[in-house]
Design a protein. Structure first.
Length: 277
């Protein structure tokens, strides 16, 4: 979304969150400060914090969108991982919500097929944008995904992914017992607060030097209306789903556990010979 906004010359404004995600008062404050064209939001397993909005919070955000006549862009790509999550925001503001989901997480990234549910008055401009950017969904891929849904393959794969995610979460949490971790039992990633004096970018750099790719907080940081960066914790996102095997994931997690117990200067000095303990 951040790359897309830069491409379209749109200005992103970050909004404050709490343990449930976006705070209604932060949205109200932003709307009082000036017009907002749309609100992009991930109510279930917010990326990178994995926070989940309660139904009450979803109703509050939907009510604000209706009152101020703004469009909500609801990204539910991770929703299949939480089958008992509250109903989508689109349920409470159907005329103001573009609901998006994707098979890239629940099935496989190859098909490049997603789903959109949107109000009738937005269908024509939405289809025009699709034609201008990709013409249409690849027919063979669309047929493949449709059949996978119809015969139950999609549901079986989603269940298998939830089980694998839970196993990998257990692997990760056992290696960082004393750190502040935000995650959910079936999430594909976790959000790890770093102990002092580590900073997100330098920790990610130290990890990459040893062959482990993670995302620092800077990759997700947006600005306020003045153009300055919003306050953010010193943290990194660790993806658990992108590694092919549990053995390879274990090696990467062991490297991260070793790095985080050292000071930045010591980890930098160790270079490629840092031992895994």
């Amino acid at each position: 979304m951040m790359a897309l906004a830069r491409t379209l010359h749109l200005r992103l404004q970050g909004l404050a969150m709490d343990e449930e995600g976006l705070r209604p008062d932060a949205l109200e404050s932003a709307l009082r400060a000036g017009p907002i064209k749309a609100l992009y939001i991930v109510p279930t397993l917010q990326n990178p914090t994995t926070r989940i909005m309660s139904e009450t919070r979803r109703r509050q955000i939907a009510a604000i969108a209706i009152a101020h006549d703004i469009i909500l862009i609801e990204d539910d790509a991770y929703g299949f991982l939480i089958p008992d999550a509250p109903v989508p925001l689109a349920t409470f503001a159907p005329a103001h919500t573009i609901y998006l989901s994707s098979t890239s997480k629940s099935l496989a990234p190859g098909p490049r097929i997603g789903h959109a549910l949107l109000p009738e008055h937005l269908i024509d401009p939405f289809l025009a944008a699709v034609r201008a950017t990709s013409w249409m969904a690849p027919p063979v891929m669309a047929e493949l995904v449709s059949r996978a849904i119809a015969v139950g393959t999609a549901e079986r794969l989603s269940l298998a992914k939830r089980r694998e995610a839970a196993a990998r979460q257990d692997m990760a949490l056992s290696r960082f017992p004393d750190l502040a971790i935000e995650t959910k039992p079936t999430a594909f990633h976790l959000w790890m607060r770093l102990p002092e004096p580590w900073r997100g970018q330098e920790f990610a750099t130290a990890a990459r030097r040893l062959g482990v790719a993670i995302s620092p907080v800077e990759a997700f940081a947006t600005s306020d209306r003045s153009g300055g960066r919003l306050p953010a914790p010193h943290a990194v996102r660790i993806s658990l789903g992108g590694v092919k095997s549990r053995d390879l994931l274990a090696r990467g997690l062991d490297i991260l556990a070793c790095i985080v117990r050292q000071r930045p200067a010591a980890a930098d000095a160790a270079g490629p010979y840092l031992s895994i303990v």
